[in-house]
Design a protein around this ligand. Structure first.
Ligand SMILES: C[S@@+](CC[C@H](N)C(=O)[O-])C[C@H]1O[C@@H](n2cnc3c(N)ncnc32)[C@H](O)[C@@H]1O
Length: 311
């Protein structure tokens, strides 16, 4: 294992939003290298931390031995049932730092990166359908759809056609080259077009946008009145989901949302937005370029009942 340590993004700002205190219990829904968890533990609060990546959980076991930490090897869409099973509802804070960790990106064999060649994998949980399974088996139209929706790739059809023609794809370099060739990319072009395609396939393979929506809805159900929510996202598709959720749930959206229609009686605000979107400052960007695309949104739970979800 050779990877740069993951530097926690917007750590101070997340801590300020969560305001953990001794005796409280906070959920770190994305344990990763434990950067947020360690900082929360240092305040005297207990932490229940989730990660769907068995490597992240295995690396955290030593910390669990010595601190008020419980590790949960699960996706955060299962937040509510996993907390209920541990008799841990309600909690004082929930934080999510969405996306991949530096460890995942830097290990070629995980297949998240085209900077170093590796198997076309991209599964955070290390189980289920891999990127290779998807790209080699899906219909051309479905591949185009994923590239368009999750990569905002305008030439998605052209890439999908090239992928199907080049099958079977087995490595990240192979996939990146197919994308570059399909788009006529030159080596010194500023942005590698494979970036968008990799993001799209990764989001699809890991069901990332559905996870986020379900995680936010679960947070609403497990936070106690006055409980704090802090969500860090890394691209506009994710941030849009968080922004809409908080806008709806704070009563800022007239008439509920298109996605979650509710009746008037159920529309009492469940969150108060506690700050505008927060971005990393110059000093953090200088130390950690990965922070450039991060956005933090924060809110406080009200005493209102959670919104009933449409079946
Ligand atoms: C950006 S890293 C978190 C880094 C962490 N805040 C730190 O300071 O070390 C994201 C982590 O969340 C995990 N993850 C992403 N989506 C998840 C989900 N839906 N459920 C559980 N874990 C998830 C990934 O496996 C990864 O380890």
């Amino acid at each position: 294992m050779s990877s740069a340590p993951h530097i926690p993004v917007l750590l101070e700002e997340v801590l300020t939003a969560l305001a953990p205190a001794p005796g409280e219990c906070h959920v770190d829904a994305t344990f990763g290298a434990g950067g947020y968890t360690r900082a929360i533990l240092a305040t005297g609060a207990a932490v229940i931390a989730f990660d769907r990546d068995p490597d992240a959980i295995a690396n955290g076991r030593a910390l669990e031995e010595e601190a008020a930490l419980t590790l949960v090897p699960a996706t955060f869409s299962a937040l509510e049932s996993e907390l209920a099973a541990r008799d841990a509802v309600p909690v004082d804070g929930v934080t999510m730092d969405i996306g991949v960790s530096s460890m995942q990106l830097d290990q070629a064999q995980r297949g998240f990166s085209f900077q170093s060649d590796g198997p076309l994998d991209m599964r955070m949980s290390q189980e289920g359908m891999s990127a290779a399974d998807f790209l080699n088996e899906a219909e051309e139209e479905q591949i185009a759809d994923v590239l368009y929706r999750y990569g905002e790739e305008p030439k998605s059809r052209r890439i999908a056609r090239a992928v199907v023609a080049a099958r079977p794809l087995t490595t990240t370099a192979q996939f990146a080259n197919v994308v570059r060739k399909a788009l006529g990319h030159r080596p010194h072009d500023k942005k590698d077009p494979a970036t968008r395609a990799f993001q799209a396939v990764r989001i699809h393979i890991n069901g990332e946008l559905d996870e986020l929506t379900q995680g936010l809805e679960a947070a609403e159900r497990v936070l106690k009145p006055g409980g704090r929510l802090a969500i860090v996202t890394f691209h506009s598709l994710e941030d849009r989901i968080v922004k809409r959720f908080l806008r709806d749930r704070s009563g800022a959206a007239p008439g509920g949302s298109r996605h979650m229609p509710v009746t008037a009686a159920e529309r009492e605000p469940t969150f108060e937005i506690t700050a505008r979107a927060i971005r990393a400052g110059e000093a953090e960007l200088a130390a950690n370029p990965r922070a450039r695309s991060a956005t933090l949104r924060t809110a406080r739970r009200t005493g209102a009942a959670p919104w009933r979800l449409e079946a």
